[in-house]
Design a protein. Structure first.
Length: 145
């Protein structure tokens, strides 16, 4: 497992912890360019009353502003959970270089839907710090039950 990927995933997990504190589904996201963070976010669906306010969507908007382009083809995105189909679509259109996620999402994750077609030109790495990210998700849903 790449040390750089672990480093940025730890930062994404910090974002997920912020979401957990705000009673949001604890998913965090970090976007890097030239090995520097240019955007970070966490889920804000409840706070913004917006079903599209996923961590990835918010971070992508910030990153495009930071680089001054709709294309993020020199950027990497780190997400604590496998992106849903909506977020994977945004990742596709943004043209990321690499997608790194921690925990798989067998119910709503994009890999359920032919990922080779959706993200065919993107390096995809899953399972980076999966256990830590999964624990946050489990903690959130245990509190809800």
């Amino acid at each position: 497992m790449d040390e750089i990927d672990q480093k940025w995933m730890k930062t994404a997990i910090q974002q997920a912890k912020m979401a957990l504190e705000l009673d949001e589904v604890p998913i965090g996201c970090v976007i890097t360019y030239n090995n520097q963070i240019i955007a970070r976010s966490h889920n804000q669906v409840e706070r913004l009353n917006d079903p599209t306010a996923h961590a990835e969507m918010i971070a992508i908007t910030s990153a495009t502003e930071a680089v001054g382009s709709k294309y993020l083809n020199k950027c990497n995105i780190y997400i604590t959970m496998e992106p849903c189909f909506m977020c994977a679509g945004a990742i596709h259109w943004s043209r990321f270089r690499k997608v790194v996620f921690a925990a798989a999402d067998p119910k709503k994750g994009f890999t359920k839907y032919k990922p080779s077609v959706l993200l065919d030109k993107v390096e995809i790495i899953g399972g980076v710090l999966e256990e830590e990210a999964r624990l946050l998700i489990n903690r959130f849903f245990l509190r809800k039950r």
